[in-house]
Design a protein around this ligand. Structure first.
Ligand SMILES: C[S@@+](CC[C@H](N)C(=O)[O-])C[C@H]1O[C@@H](n2cnc3c(N)ncnc32)[C@H](O)[C@@H]1O
Length: 273
């Protein structure tokens, strides 16, 4: 039997909307209950060949698990922050909503990134490919965009869209909760838009991303501003600049700058040492 992970069970059982609660998913409640019961009983979570153990996590004291927690979180905390639920592929339409252009102004982010033709860019947690498509244009035919996600359904949406638009320099990659499965020392820029706060294993993911980066390469996090109560996004799906910098402080990276040109999101830039 394929024992799915907590995040995966959540995303299959119901996709999260950013303003509302869960929307109905594809899996039957009974099947999800059975999977959850197994997960709770064994304490193991296995996602596509890679297993993690919450007892091991706790033993290393890197992560803390609490019974009482925000309903939009997974009850697992990293440096005082509760990790948010993964956005299920059933909510992919939210990523492609027409209002996104006005709310987010993606052009401002792309301008701030200063991407050059020929570069290798990794769009981590690419979802339906909203940013991968735009990045593909900037790196041009001589460049490559790795579109990484842990949900195969998201990657299916993404690859279909790329085929429809005849975009050939985007490579879809199925990652795991701890590893983006990218070649070492190969990436000029890692971009994570509205993703990092969902990482089940943020420490391990950042370490793996540093291994994939070329020396001097950049990691950029784009997160809804946790400091601003007017940003209409659930608390766990926002982050403060201070928390982001605290969580990445142990990585072989140095913080370069935080750019505040986007209406609702921080652009937080780090460079590999
Ligand atoms: C809110 S969506 C954002 C999608 C996209 N970046 C965008 O802005 O349109 C977050 C995505 O991150 C993915 N994700 C969560 N944890 C991940 C991980 N450890 N590695 C790769 N993708 C992950 C989810 O599956 C989901 O597709």
């Amino acid at each position: 039997m394929h024992l799915i992970g907590r995040s995966e069970a959540r995303s299959r059982a119901g996709a999260r909307t950013r303003h509302g609660s869960l929307v109905k998913g594809v899996a039957s409640r009974r099947w999800v209950s059975l999977a959850c019961a197994l997960v709770i009983c064994t304490g193991w979570r296995t996602v596509r060949g890679q297993s993690t153990n919450s007892a091991t996590d706790a033993a290393t004291s890197r992560y803390e698990f609490r019974q009482e927690h925000d309903p939009n979180g997974i009850g697992k905390f990293y440096l005082g922050r509760e990790i948010a639920q993964v956005m299920g592929h059933q909510a992919a339409d939210w990523l492609e909503r027409p209002e996104r252009e006005a709310e987010e102004k993606p052009g401002l982010l792309l301008e701030a990134l200063g991407i050059k033709a020929g570069e290798a860019v990794a769009d981590i947690g690419a979802g339906s490919g909203y940013y991968s498509r735009r990045l593909a244009k900037l790196v041009g035919e001589g460049g490559l965009v790795y579109a990484v996600d842990i949900q195969p359904e998201m990657l299916d949406l993404l690859t279909n869209k790329m085929a429809e638009l005849n975009i050939r320099n985007v490579k879809a990659v199925l990652g795991t909760l701890t590893d983006p499965n990218l070649p070492p020392n190969s990436i000029d820029l890692v971009l994570m838009v509205d993703v990092y706060h969902e990482f089940d294993h943020p420490y391990e993911m950042v370490q793996a991303l540093c291994t994939a980066l070329k020396p001097g390469g950049r990691i950029v996090l784009v997160e809804f501003r946790g400091e601003d109560p007017k940003v209409p996004i659930k608390r766990l799906h926002k982050m403060t600049e201070t928390q982001v910098r605290k969580e990445l402080a142990d990585a072989p990276l140095r913080w370069v700058q935080t750019i505040e040109t986007m209406p609702r999101q921080h652009i937080i830039v780090f460079r590999k040492n």
